[in-house]
Design a binder for this molecule. Structure first.
Ligand code: WTA
Length: 692
């Protein structure tokens, strides 16, 4: 608080922003100061007078209520939604065990309650007379193409697709794999699954055939929904070809064959006649046309699964993180309501692809559960010109813009004119998620994009958390560039030291969460043991986030990054061991070690150390082949930025690769620590000199 008073005399943080003299964003500091900024930034509160929470004191009291009486708090929030049958009154709203010593880990919310997420996201609004409101706005990659769909129209379309799925034998509990670009049909497909109780598994349409086949096999989905092809920027992606290859791999590897592949005919990208066809394939449009526009809702028990989403961990193959109906729905809806303070006329644009959790929660479920209009954008941010995002903001009068820091960093490289020539006057709120935002990028976002009017919500969360966990609430307290500030309601973060002791006050350590919140993933599909191991065994009785953090004297939390072998490249979670496995499969590679290193635009880049196999001489060819392998095994975003050929790797006497040292060398750091315990200490200087 001391710092606050110094910077902003007369400002009382615990009574919100009313009264005090407002300090505007710093703008002329040197880069080093900006990178280490602890300055607090206030924004005019008038934009958020009607927000559900408008001051820190109001937050504090609601926050303590949410921790002191979680059943009361979450029960109250859940009642804002429709339940066919209320949850059991004679059981706690939340039952759980976070301590392996006491038995299996489990989390249950709203047991005995029956509801449906699709019903709540669409029918409820239509039934209350809001059917003519636009539910989804769609802007194509090509600026000439766009579409809009009202809640009533969306209901009819979703019902048709639900009926199509049912006609192909899909029923409650079945898995449906969705491999689609950001066309309107992607949210429609997700909602159709939710309506009939099928578990959707959206696979980002940038993953390779290899990665897709692994995900189809893991969840044994009988149906795949895809699209013939799509253009993103200048690039053409032949998605159906990738699916064909993936399905071939599925049958080669384990004799598994998908029964139905529904293909959306995207004639603007590729003519129908050019698409290879098999007996299992059907055209989306032809099949949908035949289906009725009304479809019964499958009422789901709160703890039945809603969707799964694959994400990378520090070891092994990607895990299918599973979310359930009741808890996820309540958490998506509640976080959206408090964080984005939606108004009826709001146009909400989250740039995330639905292939990631941010797209699930804040393109589809959060906005629609709140009856907001959500914008879906098919293309890439700086195409055909660097001002495209702001052009879209003006075109649709976007009120809130939610994106990844990597996008901010990439746009920052262009002249400000590309932003300034668009008015952006409709914007009230800016937000980021997915990776740390450095203060320099934060300040650019705040100054240049938001004209210092719009608060920035730096939201920290994970695929596993279902929704936002740490975030500022708009206008309720001063912001700090690079910090996600305070926990959301019902979330109790704890910071642990090496020994697992809870640290109090300002500190730095491992970020864990004490109690369950409704949005926490319940298991890893088909592997509950791995769920327990990954999240509940390092620190007993807490959920382990895998992130490190710092907490300041104001209680604000700043995420310092992953503490495991997961790297975050442009907001994509990648496991270093997955990249290693892909590269090591090449016969020219004797050994591989992959680490992250700071990258100006991507946040983190991929740095691969390679020991070349004796006798394999053509290094140029090998480099090309390794890049192809990473692309083929995982996807384009997993191609290493640096391939560094080294004579050896730093290992302990027991043979463990010292990644810490490799990370430091990759980041050009010289404080390598004690290297004398290495099996061969000389290898370090050899690696450094081979870098030159
Ligand atoms: C990182 C994305 C700093 C973090 C929603 C986390 C962040 C991982 C932030 C989860 C943030 C996410 N500041 N780091 N605001 N948000 N992260 O599962 O390391 O794709 O563990 O979920 O991204 O990535 P995921």
């Amino acid at each position: 608080l001391r710092r606050l008073q110094v910077l902003s005399p007369g400002f009382l943080p615990d009574v919100g922003l009313s009264g005090g003299s407002l300090r505007q964003a710093p703008c002329s500091s040197s880069p080093s100061k900006q990178e280490d900024s602890s300055d607090l930034v206030s924004v005019p509160p008038h934009l958020f007078r009607d927000a559900p929470v408008s001051s820190r004191s109001q937050y504090e009291s609601l926050y303590s209520q949410s921790l002191g009486d979680p059943d009361g708090f979450w029960g109250g929030e859940a009642k804002c939604l429709f339940w066919k049958n209320p949850w059991d009154a004679d059981r706690p709203v939340c039952a759980y065990n976070f301590d392996k010593r006491k038995g299996p880990i489990f989390v249950e919310w709203f047991r005995g309650g029956y509801t449906n997420v699709c019903y709540n996201a669409i029918d409820r609004h239509v039934d209350s007379g809001r059917g003519n409101q636009v539910a989804v706005l769609w802007e194509g990659n090509d600026p000439r193409f766009n579409a809009r769909i009202t809640y009533s129209e969306l209901l009819r379309y979703v019902c048709q697709v639900a009926n199509l799925l049912r006609s192909r034998g899909v029923k409650k509990g079945d898995r449906v794999c969705i491999y689609m670009p950001m066309i309107l049909e992607l949210p429609v497909a997700m909602l159709a699954c939710a309506r009939i109780g099928a578990i959707h598994s959206v696979v980002f349409a940038g993953f390779s055939a290899e990665a897709l086949s692994g995900r189809i096999l893991d969840c044994q989905s009988q149906v795949v929904l895809t699209c013939s092809a799509v253009r993103r920027g200048d690039k053409m992606l032949l998605l159906k070809e990738i699916v064909d290859e993936a399905l071939q791999l599925c049958s080669q590897r384990s004799g598994f064959s998908v029964e139905t592949c529904v293909v959306y005919d995207n004639e603007t990208a590729v003519p129908r006649k050019n698409v290879a066809w098999q007996a299992r394939d059907i055209w989306w449009q032809d099949a949908v046309r035949e289906c009725s526009t009304s479809a019964e809702v499958e009422w789901m028990e709160s703890e039945e699964p809603l969707f799964m989403l694959y994400t990378s961990g520090s070891t092994g193959k990607p895990k299918g993180v599973l979310h359930t109906v009741g808890g996820y729905m309540v958490y998506a809806s509640t976080t959206f309501k408090y964080c984005f303070a939606p108004r009826k006329e709001d146009i909400f644009w989250c740039t995330a692809d639905c292939g990631w959790i941010t797209g699930h929660t804040y393109v589809v479920y959060g906005p629609l559960l709140n009856g907001t209009t959500s914008l879906v954008y098919e293309g890439v941010p700086a195409w055909p010109h660097p001002g495209r995002c702001w052009e879209i903001v003006d075109k649709y009068k976007v009120t809130a813009f939610y994106t990844a820091p990597t996008l901010i960093r990439s746009l920052q490289a262009y002249d400000k004119e590309h932003v300034k020539k668009f008015s952006r006057s409709s914007l009230r709120l800016l937000a980021t998620a997915g990776e740390p935002i450095n203060p320099k990028a934060w300040n650019w976002y705040f100054d240049v994009v938001g004209d210092r009017r719009c608060p920035i919500l730096d939201t920290w969360w994970q695929t596993e958390t279902g929704g936002v966990m740490l975030t500022p609430l708009p206008g309720a307290w001063p912001l700090k560039p690079g910090s996600a500030t305070l926990p959301f309601f019902g979330v109790e973060p704890v910071v642990l030291d090496q020994q697992g002791k809870e640290l109090k006050g300002p500190c730095e350590g491992y970020l864990c969460i004490r109690h369950p919140w409704p949005g926490i993933a319940r298991t890893i599909y088909g592997d509950h043991k791995r769920y327990e191991e990954t999240y509940f065994s390092t620190w007993l009785s807490y959920y382990n986030t895998g992130d490190g953090c710092r907490r300041d004297e104001n209680g604000y939390i700043t995420i310092t990054g992953r503490v495991d072998d997961v790297i975050n490249v442009s907001g994509h979670r990648i496991s270093t061991s997955e990249v290693e496995a892909a590269l090591a499969s090449h016969p020219g590679c004797a050994e591989v070690a992959v680490v992250g290193f700071p990258h100006e635009v991507k946040g983190e880049g991929i740095y691969a150390y390679i020991i070349q196999m004796d006798g394999h001489t053509d290094r140029g060819e090998l480099i090309k082949a390794l890049k192809v392998l990473a692309r083929k095994e995982i996807g384009g975003f997993a191609v290493p930025d640096v391939l560094h050929f080294v004579p050896g790797l730093p290992k302990t006497r027991s043979g463990k690769v010292m990644r810490n040292i490799l990370r430091k060398i990759a980041s050009n750091r010289t404080d390598l620590g004690d290297t004398s315990t290495l099996a061969d200490p000389a290898v370090v200087s050899k690696i450094i000199s081979s870098k030159m």
